[in-house]
Every structure is written in C-alpha cells, then in structure tokens.
Design a protein around this ligand. Sequence first.
Ligand code: ADP
Length: 216
Amino acid sequence: MTSLFSLRNVHKSYNGQVALNIDELDFMPRRIYSLVGPNGCGKSTLLQILALLLKPTAGELFYRGQAIAWKRRELQNVRREVTLVHQSPYLFHRSVRYNLAYGMKLRGIAEQEQGERIARILELVGLTGFEDRNARELSGGEQQRVAIARALLLRPRVLLLDEPTSNMDKKSIDEFDALLPILMEQDLTIIQATHQPDQPQRLGSAIIGMDLGRLV
Ligand code: ADP
C-alpha cells in the first residue's frame, strides 16, 4: 500500500534552532495517529508541514508517493485534500449556519445543497439543531466540533487536529473522543497532536512519541 505521507530526513529550524528533525516517518491511509510529547517537541511544526503550510528547511515530504516540490498549483491541489484544524479555531461571530456555509458559498454550491450538507454534517458531529446558535457563544468543545464540521464540508482525505481538546472541560473531551471513531468511518486519515496521555490507546490510535523535535 502506498503511504499517504512520508517524511525523509525532514528538518525544520527557526533562526538556527532545530524544531523538527525526522529521519523517516510514514503515515498510512485510513488510520488514526496521535502525536504525543511535551510542549515544544515539534508537534505543531510537524502538523503544519503535513498541511503544506510550512516548508521544511531540508528533506523531502511525499504525498501519495509524490515528492512535494512546493510549487503553487501542486500546493493548492494537495491542500484541498488535507485540512488542519487549529487548537483555537477562528469562527465568525455569526450563526453556526453562516460559519458552515461560508466556504461552500465561495465554491458556488447552491443554497439548498448547502442546507442539506450542513444538516448532515451537524448530525455527524453531534450538533443537530445548532444552525441558528451564535458560533462564538458555544462552549470550547462545541466550537471545536463546528470547526471540524466546517473542515469536513470541504471533503478532505486527511484531517489534522492540533490539540483539539486543550481548551475543553471533561465532558467536552469525552464527547470529542466519541466523535473520532465516527469520523474514521468517513474514509479519513486523522493525525492529531494530543495532550491526553491515555486517549490514543483507548481509540486504538498509532502513537508517535516526540521529544526535542525527534521521534522517540
Ligand atoms: P509543540 O506543538 O509540540 O508544542 P512546536 O512545533 O510548536 O511544538 O515547537 C517546536 C519548537 O519550535 C519549539 O522550540 C518552539 O519554540 C519552536 N517554534 C515553533 N514555532 C516557531 C516560530 N514561528 N518561530 C520560532 N520558533 C518556533
């Protein structure tokens, strides 16, 4: 099976300081991976490289067996398949519907189709009936789920999650953990950075331990 992502001798430095130094790492399709390690160990840097938002200082990244050349057209194509959801996602101070419809409007999707997709995606993330709620007035966990719903509406193949539960209370974390297996049924690959020590095992996730920018 072709790997989804492969990294070979990937280095990333900021002002001469090494943030990431990975000799070899492969991600296979339709699996869930958890990046685990202390603050500053390089999890976000790795996620941003996989999202093609950050170019490594050296080394090669492959997507579906193709070496990324960091050319504009290619980046646009891959970014359509790979979506990063940030730790504190930016949502408009508007309804959940407005937030979710925004990207579809830009892509010229008809209004009726937008409504249908929104209803389906809200059911998937457990927020049925939230269409008219102000997105910024929701709990941290609910906002994170709106952000995931927004990402999924663009139908990515890879969902990258940067510490999705870091701003959540216990109840929201439990709801979020219950959501991940449901997302896996969407033919998705999920790569998440997590602070929760025992969550990856509960989910049957592959664990990628990191420290000082390296795999451990
Ligand atoms: P994590 O997500 O595991 O907390 P990061 O990938 O954010 O780790 O950071 C890895 C290292 O790179 C840290 O030492 C951090 O200080 C440094 N770093 C991250 N982003 C930047 C940046 N934009 N400028 C300078 N240094 C950075």
